[in-house]
Structure formats: structure tokens, C-alpha cells
Design a protein around this ligand. Structure first.
Ligand code: 4NP
Length: 214
């Protein structure tokens, strides 16, 4: 009753899950049932963090270096969340599959593209993905096939497979199946990434709001 089934369309089905056409949006019970709503029978004691509020839903955006696509996704998504006054319900972060750029700010070409569309960098710094992220985040959004493959490899026991999804699962206005890596290309590639991410992040937030009945 409390879960919605999303149907994958043909263009996503080929690489996300060739054998099945549905994906259950990962939504832990304790984030759907704040205490004042009454607890479902299986509500685990250890997951109660405060008396009257559900824990925030946590989204992690992942790309290769965490200096172009995933920090841009974090900046765009956080702005959408803030504009709708949902910061206490939806948190986000970003990380990279490689640690090479650890501690570096986003690429200046990405910041230029973001600025053109009205986004400011709050001072993000690159960090590599940690194994614990798989457990600690509710949804892990990879930018391309390689990121998804590497995330699934990190999930050795296959415990968190249902949380790992491609960003383009949420895009509707562009034919892209991946958020293309803009690093070795021109400025137009960075701008295309911003537009794709605006599309995907907007739809992702709408889905989350449906789940939270907001
Ligand atoms: P990102 O872009 O994965 O969107 O942050 C890249 C950043 C760095 C490299 C490749 C892609 N690199 O090869 O260092």
C-alpha cells in the first residue's frame, strides 16, 4: 500500500535490469512513518532518531571524479529541495568512484555552466565513495554505466542493489541513457550536463514527494 512500483521504459531496461521491468523505490519504513502517525508493527527500535520526525531521506550522487557531474547534481538537487522548504526531509551528498581529486573543488568549467543557469557552489570538495555510503544512503544515483557497474562491485554481497540507480532513470526530456562525462570535451558538454541534471533531479524530487505525501 505504501510502496509505488515504477515501470522502466525500454530505453532504461537494457542496462539497469534486463530481466525485470519494475523497480521498487527504496523507501525504508522508518522514513515513511513518523512517530505521530503510529508505528508499523516491524518498526525497528534502533532506527528511531527523534520523537516526532522521520529521519531525512538521503540521496548520494556518484560520478567518476566528483568534480563535474555529481557535485553539479548535488548543487542542483539541493537548490530544488531548499526552494520547496524540504531540507529537513531530504538530504543529499556526492562522491566519486576515484579518489584522485580528493579535496578539490568542482571543475571551473562546471562552475561556469552552473552559474549560467543560476547555481552557486557552496564550497563543495571532492571525496571518494566509501563502502559505508551504500548502507547510509537510501538512494545512490550513478551518472553512467561505468559508475553503476563500479558501485555494484563495491556492494560485494549484493545487499544494496535496489538502491543503486542511473540518473537517466529520472530524465524525461532528453534521449540520453547516461549523463555523459564532460571532462575531456568543450563547454557545451558541461551545459548539457546541467540541463540533463535539472530534468533528472526535478523528477527525482517529485517522486520523493509522492512517497512522503507532500
Ligand atoms: P566527473 O568528471 O566524473 O563528472 O567528475 C571527471 C573528472 C575527472 C576525470 C574524469 C571525469 N579524470 O579523469 O580525472
Amino acid at each position: 500500500k505504501h510502496r509505488r512500483i515504477l515501470f522502466l521504459n525500454e530505453r532504461h531496461s537494457s542496462f539497469l535490469c534486463p530481466m525485470q521491468y519494475s523497480w521498487v523505490f527504496p523507501f525504508p519504513m522508518h522514513k515513511l512513518f513518523p512517530l505521530e502517525m503510529g508505528l508499523p508493527p516491524a518498526y525497528p527500535e534502533k532506527e528511531m532518531t527523534s520523537m516526532n520526525a522521520p529521519e531525512p531521506y538521503r540521496v548520494l550522487f556518484v560520478c567518476l571524479g566528483n568534480i563535474c557531474r555529481s557535485p553539479a547534481a548535488e548543487i542542483i538537487f539541493k537548490k530544488m529541495v531548499a526552494e520547496q522548504g524540504l531540507e529537513h526531509l531530504v538530504e543529499s551528498d556526492s562522491a566519486g568512484m576515484i579518489g584522485y581529486h580528493r579535496g578539490c573543488p568542482p571543475d571551473s568549467r562546471m562552475l561556469t555552466a552552473l552559474k549560467k543557469y543560476g547555481y552557486e557552489d557552496p564550497g563543495l570538495k571532492s571525496r571518494p565513495v566509501r563502502k559505508e555510503d551504500l548502507e547510509q544512503f537510501d538512494l545512490i544515483v550513478g551518472m553512467d554505466r561505468e559508475n553503476l557497474r563500479d558501485l555494484k562491485r563495491l556492494d560485494k554481497k549484493g545487499q544494496w542493489t535496489g538502491k543503486i540507480v542511473p540518473m537517466c532513470f529520472f530524465t524525461t526530456r532528453f534521449p540520453d541513457e547516461e549523463v555523459p562525462d564532460p571532462y575531456y570535451g568543450g563547454q557545451e558538454g558541461f551545459e548539457h550536463v546541467v540541463k540533463l541534471l535539472q530534468d533528472g533531479c526535478g523528477n527525482l524530487l517529485e517522486r520523493l514527494k509522492e512517497q512522503l505525501s507532500l
